[in-house]
Design a protein around this ligand. Structure first.
Ligand code: FAD
Length: 392
């Protein structure tokens, strides 16, 4: 195995983006993915303009733009009163301000675009059934220990192995992720089954006490992505368990009829109990660094986990190519990324409490404050996030 390669544990959106970003700078890599096949589960994902800034730097701008649905607005509905609280217009003014659009894509399509670009690049090797259990390092390189007992050598190791990262376990030595107690159920509805009066070209959020519903069109308007969340204090992490619609409906009996009706149309529901972590700045151990959910797992309430992973990738490659010493480059990468990702981690949690799930006077206050904002004020509010590409 080429010892000059950067090893990347994990072939999710973060790991593949890292391989592409490094390749753009002429740095070869080997992606080690534990699954037997490279792919993504779940349906939709929202992408802010900052994701599109990254696509261009990863060399996939055109193909990424081709698979997206360009929605007109982000719409916030009151799930009790059945009325709009506010919306953010994603039209020309938004695009001009941030230099790129806001879009929704199928996760599989996004992963597929990144995978194809990796497969086509001579500097990237991909290997499946290669779980990275840990690593050893010396002044010359890193040896990743695989589940098979084999070791693979490289010049650096990037832990892009997600929420339950084994690389992180060794870098940080910390406790398991925090279980949020929020249970998310995901489904996809064929367009013709989506209630006609709700076929909006928007990412719509119905916010109710301790629950919310998100829907948006996907895959060239063939389907609607439906994600509903109930803060039921679930005690244990769960990932992708099939559940009957009756179980999903239990958490939404208190919301308006129109919102309840959306859930009735969902099929093949799967459930996740969401986890995140507090921000840390211990992302680097010598020649080893963390990226994406391995570094900063967050609640999905700012729709930024994958966007941040791609920004990490761009910044990692930029930092490594800017310094002679690998260790200095990794430390520079971490220093450039920690505050921005910590802000998104903490704000995502706060959004859950103050925007997605409040009740009574707190919900009324949310409505008043959010309704009072003009479109220009919304753009100012979002400038720090969508205006950046993670390099500053
Ligand atoms: C309900 C929900 C909605 C979301 N919506 C959005 C959204 O709208 N916009 C957005 O930007 N983000 C969103 N996110 C967040 C986003 O999905 C994640 O942040 C993103 O996928 C993280 O990518 P990653 O590559 O870091 O980790 P992962 O996607 O977890 O990938 C990790 C990869 O590593 C592999 N792996 C794991 N352990 C090992 C090991 N030891 N060795 C080798 N391989 C290993 C895994 O099989 C996997 O392929 C959402 C998340 C959820 C839960």
């Amino acid at each position: 195995m080429d010892p000059d390669k950067v090893l990347i544990a994990g072939g999710g959106i973060g790991g593949l983006a890292a391989a592409l970003a490094l390749a753009q700078k002429g740095i070869p890599s080997l992606v080690l993915e534990k699954a037997s096949k490279l792919g993504e589960i779940g349906a939709g994902i929202q992408l802010g303009p900052n994701a599109f800034h990254c696509f261009d730097r990863l060399g996939v701008g055109e193909s990424a733009r081709g698979m997206a649905v360009y929605i007109d607005s982000l719409r916030l509905m009151d799930a009790i009163a059945d009325g709009e609280i506010t919306h953010i217009d994603l039209g020309d003014k938004f695009r001009a301000r941030f230099g790129n659009p806001y879009a929704v894509v199928h996760r599989g399509d996004l992963h597929g675009v990144l995978l194809k670009a990796c497969q086509d690049h001579s500097l990237i090797d991909l290997r499946t059934q290669a779980q990275v259990d840990g690593y050893d390092q010396d002044g010359k390189g890193v040896a990743a220990r695989l589940g098979t007992g084999e070791t693979v050598r490289g010049r650096a190791l990037i832990g892009a192995d997600g929420l339950w990262s084994l690389v992180r376990r060794q870098v940080v030595g910390d406790i398991p992720p925090r279980v949020s107690g929020h249970t998310t159920y995901r489904s996809v509805i064929p367009l013709e089954q989506m209630p006609e009066d709700l076929r909006w070209n928007a990412a719509t959020l119905w916010a109710g006490p301790k629950c919310h519903i998100v829907h948006y069109p996907l895959s060239g308007w063939k389907v609607f992505n439906l994600v509903v969340t109930y803060h039921n204090h679930a005690p244990e992490p769960v990932a992708g368990k099939p559940v009957p619609v009756e179980e999903v409906r239990k958490g939404f009996t208190h919301v308006c009829e129109r919102a309840q009706n959306i859930i009735r149309h969902g099929k093949d529901w799967h459930m996740w109990v969401l986890c995140d972590r507090d921000p840390i700045d211990q992302w680097v151990d010598g020649r080893v660094a963390l990226l994406g959910d391995a570094a900063h797992p967050m609640m999905q309430y700012m729709a930024q986990g994958a966007c941040m992973a791609m920004e990490d990738a761009v910044c990692l490659a930029d930092s490594l190519s800017s310094y002679e010493s690998l260790e200095t480059g990794l430390t520079a990468y971490k220093d450039r990324r920690v505050q921005r990702t910590a802000r998104v981690q903490l704000m995502s949690r706060a959004m859950g409490d103050h925007v997605y799930h409040p009740d009574g006077p707190r919900a009324a206050l949310r409505n008043t404050l959010m309704n009072a904002k003009s479109q220009d004020q919304w753009l100012d509010t979002l400038d720090w996030l969508y205006g950046g590409n993670g390099l500053d």
